[in-house]
Write a protein that binds this ligand. Structure first.
Ligand code: PGA
Ligand code: MG
Length: 225
């Protein structure tokens, strides 16, 4: 019996919900390029990758708001900044973004075991979809939900509930996989078990401190005996 089966009473879950940024893909290099392009267009200094990494996880609008606050720019700049950021990220969102080790293998193994999968990301779908296509993993997900698809983004449970309804699977048979407090709290609010990866963008709150049901350093560990 593997780690997942042990958690689900000897069976695999019927549905696995995946977060994207920091869980399946390392997208920060491209997000940093877009954010620095935006800051420079507003006459500010580039923030650089380490800082941008700490701003990811709550959707594009929050990322841009954090960048503006860092640069000391007023909140009224937000709309113009969003336009600049979207234009820049459209051009670079697949440039350096890569799958994490074990991500493709995990998706393949779940598909081979007939487990349904859905993507629930705070990232707008206009960026998530081309990245999934570029990396050749779009076909694994029966539905792709982004931050703008529901009333409230993660940590609210809205996206998870919609994905479970789409697959006609109950919370009891669903697993959420994510890298941040937003994922763990959304899973708890939806009554879904949650596996946390230790390598993602945790906004300075190590995922283990948020009591996920499972913790893995590589997604293939879910299948470890
Ligand atoms: O866009 C973000 O801020 C994070 O997206 P995620 O939910 O896939 O981690
Ligand atoms: Mg994430």
């Amino acid at each position: 019996m593997n780690k997942l089966q042990r958690h689900f009473g000897g069976q695999l879950p019927a549905l696995v919900l995946f977060d994207l940024d920091g869980t399946l893909i390392d997208s920060v290099p491209d997000i940093a390029i877009a954010t620095d392009t935006m800051l420079k267009a507003l006459g500010q200094a580039a923030a650089g990758e380490p800082l941008v990494r700490s701003w990811v996880g709550n959707g594009a609008a929050t990322l841009v708001a954090r960048a503006l606050a860092h640069a000391g720019l007023p909140a009224q700049t937000q709309e113009q900044a969003m336009t600049l950021w979207r234009a820049a990220y459209t051009l670079c969102c697949t440039r350096e973004t890569r799958l994490y080790p074990g991500a493709r293998e995990c998706l393949q193994q779940l598909q081979a075991a007939d487990v349904a999968m859905a993507l629930v990301t705070n990232k707008p779908v206009q960026f998530a979809q081309p990245i999934l296509d570029h990396l050749g993993i779009a076909q694994y997900f029966r539905i792709v939900l982004g931050g703008e698809c529901v009333e409230q983004k993660k940590p609210a449970p809205d996206m998870l509930i919609e994905a479970m309804q789409d697959a006609n699977v109950t919370a009891q048979h669903t697993l959420m996989v994510g890298d941040s407090a937003a994922d763990i709290n959304a899973a708890k609010a939806a009554g879904v078990a949650v596996a946390a990866v230790t390598y993602g963008y945790d906004n300075g709150a190590p995922v283990a401190s948020l009591s996920p049901d499972l913790t893995v350093d590589n997604l293939t560990e879910l299948f470890d005996r």
